[in-house]
Design a protein around this ligand. Structure first.
Ligand code: AMP
Ligand code: MG
Length: 355
């Protein structure tokens, strides 16, 4: 068996760069890579296939699935299902929803409930207010936030499961799937690649990745994370989702305070602390939505979600002046690559500050 190294460079919340590929793979499988802008980010597909034709056709179908999902979940496209639903808010009318929409509504509402409203799809109007603030470099007034909050709240989504219909109760509501749809699209694209018989594949939507079986001869996909101290940390992952959320790159700065693109729907404020949350979960849908949720909850309140769901692990990078603190859930380090695994075994349970 030839030695192989598959490096994926992970820059939190921003982009994913393939550093190096492999030598000739075993069992006549060749590595193929495709990239296309979708949902406002570069979507990347890496797969191992027996021919370039099969690889290209499979990737094309997967990109088509992502594009179809965009036409359901985009809040930019006026003709998307999400935009149509938001346009009907407050009218008293219900809209029949697609199975995909119903599924993500169910998953999102369950997470809203579990997280006490930290994750909330109805955050759209607040996202608009804070986008304007970023553009104008001026904080929104208290009264603007208060008025906007009357159009926000997951309890204002009424789901009729039997009829497969949904109604938004208040006028001027706007659903925003930005914290979950990319992970879901990555999962669905990966599923379609698996259905075509290629299990050794990965789909990455910027910071949200769905990982299948690893490359031939490898135990996992090697993912590079920013270690928070200028260095790098490597993860070895397979058959799971990985996602990073946070504001180390995207923020508004006023009077020395940084305001994130992630909003706390409970008080209408953009997050102030400069941090990223990296989540490993069974699927990219969960990793994506939980990374956004953990960013809102912060390390001190996130263990409610990790301890109840053993397969969920999170790492926080928190900027504290010139330094960056790293906090990890008890099982996160078992995914560290090679020599770092010995450190994981000796790690105590609970949160651990590494530096
Ligand atoms: P992510 O980059 O996955 O953390 O998602 C951030 C995006 O999700 C933002 O750009 C908003 O569109 C949306 N969002 C912001 N705050 C929340 C929240 N508290 N719950 C759900 N979605 C949010
Ligand atoms: Mg997210």
């Amino acid at each position: 068996m030839s030695s192989k190294s598959f490096f994926l460079s992970w820059i939190p919340g921003a982009c994913l760069i393939l550093l190096a590929s492999c030598s000739t793979p075993s069992k006549n499988l060749t590595r193929y890579e495709f990239e296309r802008p979708q949902m406002g980010v570069p979507f990347r597909i890496v797969l191992y296939a027996s021919s370039s034709k099969l690889a290209a056709e499979t990737a094309e179908s997967a990109f088509q699935i992502i594009s179809d999902l965009n036409m359901i979940f985009s809040d930019y496209e006026a003709s998307s299902e999400t935009s149509k639903l938001s346009a009907q808010s407050g009218s008293g009318k219900s809209m029949t929803a697609s199975p995909e929409m119903l599924l993500l509504l169910e998953k999102s509402l369950a997470l809203s409930k579990k997280s006490g409203g930290a994750f909330d799809l109805t955050v759209g109007p607040l996202v608009g207010v804070w986008k304007k603030a970023r553009r104008e470099k001026k904080l929104p007034s208290k009264s603007t936030i208060e008025e906007t909050l009357t159009r926000v709240g997951w309890d204002k989504i009424q789901l009729d499961r039997k009829q497969g219909a949904v109604r938004l109760v208040a006028t001027g509501m706007k659903l925003d799937f930005g914290g979950i749809a990319k992970g879901y699209a990555a999962d669905e694209a990966l599923k379609s690649i698996r259905r075509a018989g290629m299990s050794r594949a990965l789909v990455a939507a910027a910071g949200d990745i769905a990982l299948g079986e690893p490359p031939p001869g490898a135990k996992g996909w090697k993912i590079e994370l920013d270690a928070g101290n200028g260095g790098k940390t490597f993860l070895s992952l397979r058959n799971c989702g990985l996602s990073t959320s946070g504001d180390l790159f995207q923020f508004l700065e006023i009077d020395g305070k940084r305001y994130s693109h992630i909003i706390d729907p409970r008080n209408g404020q953009a997050l102030e602390q400069s941090s990223t949350a990296t989540v490993i979960a069974p699927t990219a849908t969960e990793a994506d939505s939980l990374a956004t949720t953990f960013s809102v909850l912060g390390p001190d309140h996130s263990s409610i979600l990790t301890s109840k769901h053993r397969a969920i692990e999170v790492r926080f990078l928190i900027k504290q002046g010139e330094k960056t603190a790293v906090k990890v859930s008890s099982g996160f380090m078992k995914y560290y690559h090679t020599h770092e695994q010995s450190l994981a075994r000796s790690a105590p349970g609970g949160w651990k500050i590494l530096e």
